[in-house]
Structure formats: C-alpha cells, structure tokens
Design a protein. Sequence first.
Length: 311
Amino acid sequence: MTQISSGESKSGKQTESTQKTPDRGVDEKSKLEMKMAKIKHKIAVISGKGGVGKSTVTVNLAMAFATHGYVNSVGILDADITGPCVPKILGIKGQKLQTGTQGISPAVGPLGIRVVSMDFLLPNDETPVIWRGPLKMKAIQQFLSDITWGDLDFLFIDLPPGTGDEPLSIMQLLPDMDGVVIVTIPSEVSQIVVKKAVTFARRMNVPVIGIIENMSGFVCPKCGEKVDIFSAGGGEKIAEDLNIPFLGKIPIDPDICKDSDKGSPFIIEHPKSQASKVFMKFVGKVEEFLEKKAKLEKALTANVKEKEVKK
C-alpha cells in the first residue's frame, strides 16, 4: 500500500511521500476486483448536505446488521478523507491498521465490525488532510484494493456530504454497488439537496435503496408528547415526489449524541429505545430491497440467455 502523508510543502505545493510494495504483475484494477469479490453487498450512505447525522446513521445501521445475524461479517469504509469520524463513534479511535502475512488488515470494532478510516493514519487530531481530488481518489482506491477486508456480507461506505471527489470515486471504483441510502432531516433546505443526491446516484447508474429521515421529532421522556423540532414529514414527502422508497424516521434521542461522543454504539447501549427499533427495521427493508434486486437481475439474465438461444 502506498503510504501517503497529509499536508502541503512549505512552498504551498501539495506533497505526497510514497513507499510502494512490489506490484507482482497485478494491476490496481485487478487487485480491487479480487478484494471486492469477497464482499457480497456494498452499500454507500450519502447526504446532500452536512449536519444530518449521516456518519452516526452509518455506524448504527452497520451495528444493526451485525446484531441481526451478521456478526463478524460487516465492514465500514470511512470514505470521508478530510473529516473522518467513524472510529470515534465506534470507540476504536487510536487503533492502527496492522500489516501481516495476509496484507494490511482493518481495525476491528464491536461485534467484529471491520473498519478502515483515514483517522487511523493521522498522527493526531490536529493534523489536517489538505488534499485535492486526485490524492483523495488514490487513497480511496487503496482502501479498497490494498486492505485485506476478507469475506464480508456487507460493506457500508460512509461518504462525505455532497457529490464531490469521494462519492464520485466510490461510484466509479465500485460499478457493482448494490445501492445508496440517502440520509436527510425534515427541513426544507435538506430536502432541496436530497434531489441533487438522487440525481447524482441515478446519473451514476446506482440504485437508490431509500431515504432515511433523521432527527424526526423529539418525544418528551416525561409526558410522551412528540415535538417537531424541525418541520415534519419532509423526508417522506421528498421520497414520494421522487418515487423512492422511504425507509423510516429516526426520532431525536439525546442518548444518540452522548453515545457517539463516548464511543459506544447507540443500539448496543439502548437496544429497547424507539430509535434502536427503527434501525432494526431498516435491516429488514434493506434485505427486502436486495432480494428484489437479485430476482430482477436473475430474470434479466435469463431473458438475455433466452434471446441468445433463439438467435
């Protein structure tokens, strides 16, 4: 794996220090395809804007799958190169990627979740990653091709907000991606940028699994009354307007923030909470989407073969 240092030289020019291992005749594309072939399903989590809780949703969605029969078979790629935070939320900040006989291994979090993040490569929290597009794409490519992910049922990819370098790189490097989950909040501004995220996914020919509305109302723990901190129903409405599945609403729960700050996955700490129950429902809905997708692809393949026979 090429070791890449973050930052710029004193002259202001971007720097990149490399220490390459022998290629052994295998090109980068072949390496990537070989590693990714061991992962059954690849799902990206995106948002049109920042501040919607996308990384928190990614981590807890992955944890929900791990508790739903996929223990030791789930991975998270923190593809936010300049603002990685998945290790902090999972409580594994400070770990390092290990090099062994099988190559570079991911860090391991709760329930055996395998994690790769730029955070593991930075010397401290104050170190910025001052990179332009080409370096970001190279780093993501190496996270996919040089890391020994092993056999996984699911790889969740936490992408930075918007439709810039990292999302574009992932879509191009993983043409067989199963789909994207879009996270929004019930505000009009967030709904506007959701449309951009949907258009982006469609132009890249990546299916949209559905929309998740985060921070959807606060239920008073004393009286049980629901208060809509933001406007209500925005995520569901935009999903209906765009003819996209609506996966559900995650209510505001102060414990989600507290657990993320202390590095304890929320659904593990509070499995009986309303928000945790919503995350568990997401598992079934994503599985249902994947089953329908597999049946459709099988039918299309059979149709193509039938036409070839008739020729």
